[in-house]
Design a protein around this ligand. Structure first.
Ligand SMILES: [Zn+2]
Length: 385
């Protein structure tokens, strides 16, 4: 029988725990195994939120997570009254948002079982928001299960951390990602292998790459940049290209959504409403939404640049592998000849320095450094032979 846990690639070590907890939740609410608060941690792409959503489905499914019933499907698509998935678009989760959420989950679950809240970016809770959440978690006798996701346990406030059961996800192997792309997404074996390899175990990114020609051609442009750094002028151009591509890619995904959200909001206020109070209310709400969208766009561009830099780092990593003579583990299998020609023309120790420079640029970007300036400084560093 199929199960919602089938697609949790490489996470066999936690699936038994989750299944045990679901079984325990059926036996009675005070069972030891069914903890009310869980933290899922793991590197980007390991599928923390997929694991949390699968667990949520299994908790409310009459068949403990069949994946096919109404409960399972509505839980996954956000249509189940007892399952709430909080996805953060902005840079932080604020106190008001948590207060609103707590009002929504204050009622008993509609189906009489459990209410489940999945919070995808618990690391983005502001301190006051985290404290408000803590109070709700500590409330005795509640039927709400909290599933928090974060990169590491240290990203969660210690007071919350100490009340959670912790599950650490692993980065799935390239082979297991390939198999999922073939089986689940009907992607050809050659494409699946390529996408899994260059995405380094990041399932979501692998699927995106395998199914999107524009993303693949953008990647090719980015991956050629290390070979085009002959002068300072070329280094500046390369920085501009990288930032442009990252911006274009993230804008393409956010513009459509931004527009839909504004139309929806205007509809909520009643399109063509003539009352003066109504009109100012709507205008204020639209302005508020636009502000949020702007902060989300900023985050998306930064995420996209970070992804491009990680890709670039794999080029120099492959150069190191080639210099060490380990060519079978090359990530960018589509660039073997470029890697070879770069390897033969650069001193052996420089690739590691380049990777160091890329990681430093990523760290600076994470601390809000200006993207273009950061990339320019990086490309000048990469241009040095
Ligand atoms: Zn089901």
């Amino acid at each position: 029988m199929s199960s919602v846990f089938d697609d949790l690639v490489g996470q066999e070590h936690i699936i038994d725990i989750l299944k045990g907890a679901v079984a325990a939740s059926r036996r009675g609410s005070d069972s030891q195994e069914m903890t009310h608060t869980w933290v899922f941690t793991g590197p980007p792409g390991s599928g923390r939120s997929s694991a949390a959503v699968a667990f949520a489905q299994a908790i409310i499914c009459p068949n403990q997570g069949c994946g096919t019933c109404n409960e399972c499907q509505s839980a996954a698509t956000g249509g189940h009254p007892d399952v709430e998935v909080i996805r953060t678009e902005g840079l932080s989760i604020k106190l008001e948002e948590i207060r609103e959420l707590l009002t929504r989950v204050a009622w008993a679950p509609s189906m009489g079982g459990w209410r489940v809240v999945v919070m995808e970016d618990a690391d983005r809770l502001t301190e006051s928001a985290a404290n408000a959440l803590l109070k709700a978690i500590e409330e005795p006798g509640t039927r709400t299960v909290w599933l928090l996701c974060a990169p590491t346990l240290h990203d969660v406030l210690p007071t919350i951390r100490s009340r959670c059961r912790h599950l650490q996800l692993r980065t799935p192997s390239i082979d297991s990602v390939t198999q999922v792309l073939i089986r689940r997404d009907n992607i050809s074996p050659t494409m699946a292998d390529f996408a899994a390899r260059v995405s380094q175990g990041h399932i979501g990114r692998a699927k995106y790459l395998a199914t999107n020609e524009l993303v693949r051609s953008n990647r090719r442009v980015i991956m050629q940049l290390p070979l085009q750094l002959g002068s300072l002028a070329e280094a500046f151009l390369a920085a501009q290209t990288l930032v442009d591509i990252a911006t274009e890619e993230s804008n393409a995904s956010s513009e459509l959504r931004d527009e839909k959200e504004i139309v929806k909001l205007q509809e909520a206020y009643g399109k063509g409403a003539t009352g003066r109070g109504m009109a100012t209310g709507a205008a204020k709400a639209v302005k508020e939404l636009e502000k949020e969208q702007k902060s989300r766009a900023t985050r998306l561009v930064r995420d996209s640049i970070d992804g491009a830099l990680l890709n670039l780092a794999t080029f120099y990593r492959d150069v190191m592998m080639a210099q060490a003579g380990v060519t079978e583990s090359i990530i960018n299998s589509d660039m073997r000849s470029e890697i070879e020609s770069y390897t033969s023309s650069s001193p052996a120790h420089t690739a590691a320095q380049k990777i160091g420079a890329i990681m430093e640029a990523r760290m600076n970007l994470a601390m809000n450094a200006a993207p273009l300036v950061t990339c320019e400084a990086l490309m000048c560093e990469l241009a040095r032979r």
